[in-house]
Design a protein around this ligand. Structure first.
Ligand SMILES: N[C@H](CCC[C@H](N)C(=O)O)C(=O)O
Length: 282
């Protein structure tokens, strides 16, 4: 007799360069998650723990293989997560035996395919440029951001289905991100909050990026953040249209294509599979 309550639910624990996820499959067994349940499962002591929770559900269109819903560890639902998209694509390709998959998200349809070296490439869709496309407060006056106090210069705003503010700095390691991150994430300039990247060019088409993620804090990697970073760096003339982005957890290859879509290539990893006890579920 299993000690698990009968309504236990299996999950995959996966990560992309250390940006970690709990992946639940709701294609045949619907699942409605509350923000509180997401936070409960995301607790790194009493739950499983993750940066983002991902639920793979039935797609609403014939053009996709599945619908991906994403929550941050704080329980906020978001529209895009690059590293998780690679993980879900890998799972779908394992099932289908096909070298490609299409994932529907709130931000649109994402095409994924296998790449050399066991990597996965995902077309993360179009980059939305400038502040106009990031939900902003009434005054786009970055003078009020606590930038001047910290020696940061004005960021580049890029939307990748989620908002990013990319700050270029001389020394990414020197930025006190654990202190500055939450201040900037919650600044009134960003009514939907914002993901914060600090980026240091470290060579031709090579960028060192650290990230404070909206709703998750400092993570080891951020796929949409790396995409936003390459677009921002290209717009500032710091690189061409592609770069290696060096994150705490490893390196992503990003290309800002001529059609304004951004192609992200990187690894995926399955850490373990498990069963959530019913006490964790809504
Ligand atoms: N780690 C994710 C980003 C999650 C973004 C989320 N923090 C948000 O609120 O937009 C990635 O690989 O793209």
């Amino acid at each position: 007799m299993s000690a698990l309550s009968p309504q236990g639910r299996s999950f995959l624990k996966m990560h992309g360069l250390g940006n970690d996820f709990v992946v639940l499959d709701a294609r045949s067994q619907p699942l409605v998650l509350s923000a509180e349940a997401v936070r409960r499962i995301g607790d790194r002591r009493t739950g499983v723990g993750f940066d983002q929770m991902v639920v793979v559900g039935p797609t609403k269109t014939k053009l996709a293989d599945a619908f991906m819903t994403i929550w941050n560890a704080d329980g906020s639902e978001v529209s895009a997560c690059g590293n998780a998209t690679r993980c879900v694509a890998w799972m779908l390709m394992q099932e289908s035996g096909q070298p490609h998959a299409v994932i529907e998200t709130r931000a649109g349809l994402l095409d994924a395919q296998t790449a050399a070296g066991g990597l996965i490439s995902v077309d993360m869709g179009p980059a939305y440029l400038d502040w106009r496309d990031i939900p902003l407060g009434q005054a786009v006056d970055t003078n009020h951001l606590p930038l001047r106090l910290e020696g940061l210069t004005d960021p580049v705003g890029v939307g990748m289905g989620n908002p990013h503010a990319v700050f270029f700095v001389d020394d990414a390691e020197a930025v006190d991100l654990s202190r500055l991150g939450p201040i900037l994430e919650h600044d009134p300039l960003f009514p939907e909050r914002c993901n914060i990247e600090v980026v240091q060019p470290i060579g031709p088409d090579r960028l060192r990026m650290r990230v404070w993620e909206r709703g998750a804090g400092i993570t080891l990697a951020c796929g949409t953040g790396a995409c936003a970073t390459v677009v921002a760096a290209a717009r500032r003339g710091l690189i061409g249209r592609s770069a290696e982005v060096v994150l705490d957890g490893g390196t992503l290859s990003i290309e800002w294509m001529k059609d304004n879509h951004v192609l992200m290539t990187g690894p995926v990893a399955l850490s373990y599979s498990g069963t959530l006890d019913g006490s964790l579920l809504p």
